[in-house]
Ligand binder design. Structure first.
Ligand SMILES: Cc1cc2nc3c(=O)[nH]c(=O)nc-3n(C[C@H](O)[C@H](O)[C@H](O)COP(=O)(O)O)c2cc1C
Length: 176
């Protein structure tokens, strides 16, 4: 059973559709925008010494659940040249979880695969390397796939899964 998380702000866009495309029976799809997750803000950095004051919202449980899945897929769109803020929200709030569950880092990262949806590598070369940070210092390679819309003549409103080659690339990425 796999976990797929869409980090798009909109319903039924490319990231949601990729999530559905990847999912097989029994897999869980989560739209991160639907979760109750507080920003890393308005606190005294309690997570470093003690417990995050927002521990009871949806993020800690989400990280706890991750170890139970076979593979975890993050589907992340580009907003204004960067991964969407929903992705950074998860990234920042992971501090509390990994501070208290250091041994789970490798277990979670070993299952993690990230698909970034964006316009063009030449214009924003630092988009995909941003995701590679999860895997630095680990043995896990080829865990980030970039889907460049412009390469396929697609603009923002287009549905990327209408391109057969993109479906094939996603297919071989998730099956590696
Ligand atoms: C606020 C905002 C900013 C965006 N900025 C960029 C951008 O800088 N570069 C880009 O290639 N696409 C950009 N996009 C387009 C999205 O990456 C694209 O629509 C993607 O398919 C979004 O995922 P979704 O279809 O799942 O919503 C932006 C979209 C939004 C809503």
């Amino acid at each position: 059973m796999n976990l797929i998380i869409s980090f798009s702000g909109r319903e039924n866009g490319n990231c949601d559709n990729i999530s559905k495309f990847i999912a097989t029976e029994g897999d869980a799809i989560i739209c991160f925008r639907d979760l109750k997750v507080h920003d890393c803000s308005g606190c005294r950095y309690e997570c470093f010494e003690d417990v995050c004051k927002y521990r009871e919202d949806d993020i800690y449980n989400l990280f706890e659940s991750m170890v139970n899945y076979e593979k975890i897929f993050f589907i992340v769109p580009m907003y204004c040249g960067n991964p969407t803020s929903l992705y950074f929200k998860l990234n920042e709030r992971s501090q509390d979880f990994f501070m208290h569950n250091e041994e789970s880092y490798e277990a979670i990262v070993s299952k993690l695969y990230i698909i970034g949806v964006y316009g063009e590598r030449n214009k924003t070369p630092d988009f995909l390397p941003c995701f590679e940070k999860w895997f630095e210092g680990t043995e896990f390679n080829h865990r980030v796939l970039g889907i460049e819309r412009h390469k396929y003549g697609q603009t923002m409103g287009d549905k990327i899964l209408e391109v057969e080659e993109i479906k094939k690339r996603i297919d071989s990425f998730i099956r590696q």
